[in-house]
Each structure stands twice: as C-alpha cells, then as structure tokens.
Design a protein around this ligand. Sequence first.
Ligand SMILES: [Zn+2]
Length: 149
Amino acid sequence: MEQRRCAGCHKLFHPRPQSPDQKFCSAAECQRERKRRWQKARRAADADYRDNDVQANRQWRSRHPGYWRAYRRKHPQYVITNRHRQHERDRAAQRIVPPAAPRPDLANEDVSEAFMPLEAGTYRMIPVTGGDLANEYAWMVKIAVLSGG
Ligand SMILES: [Zn+2]
C-alpha cells in the first residue's frame, strides 16, 4: 500500500483510494490546514469569492458585537502574536513606501526614482487604506530590479 508524507504534519499516511491526489492525512488539524490553504488560494485567485468572504465576515462581526474584544481579553498570547505580526506587516510596507516624501524637484520625474533604493526580493504588500488592518488582505510580491543607477 502506497505511503505518502502529509503536507501538514509531515507524517507518513496511506492516501484513500478514492482520493488519488490526497496531500494531507485525515487528522482533523491537517484537514483544517488543507481547507485553510484552499480558501487562501481561492481568495487570491477569485475576486468574487474574496468579496463574498469579506462581506460574510463583516455580517458575522455585526451579528456578534464584542466577540473579538472578549476573545482578545481571554487570549493575551493571541494579542501579543498579532501585534508582532502587525509590526512585521508595517515594516514590510515601509520597505515599499518609504516615509520620506519625494523632493519637489522630482515632481515631474518618474516617481519610482524617489522610492529608490529598493532591493530585489520578496515583499509582503498590504493596502494602506484605513479600516481594520487585521481583516485586510496581504499579498506576497516578488520584486526584481530590471535596471539601476
Ligand atoms: Zn497530517
């Protein structure tokens, strides 16, 4: 019988005959991870799905006012971890949009020059629009430097 390594827990498992492409074992935690990844990919690829998800979350929050406040009070470690992740997102965002304003003499030039130096690499991109940052989407973008100087 074929054995495979689970994409979640990395333990060996026997794929079900009716699921020849099975990548996750049947453990509840691994099935949750599989669903989480599927939803993340779907949100990234499907604008309608994403909008619908945002709308559904917004409706859920309005039906459950105070839920997240109570959750944060009961889970102080979540608050610390979330704060740390937000700090990371803020720092990543600053690498894309530097705090310094472009100089006036650059006003009519290509604004991308004012943003240099920007190193090639993978960046996390989050919108700078207002609102609840915890519920905003973030994208991973790979930036390559095509020309310098
Ligand atoms: Zn597993």
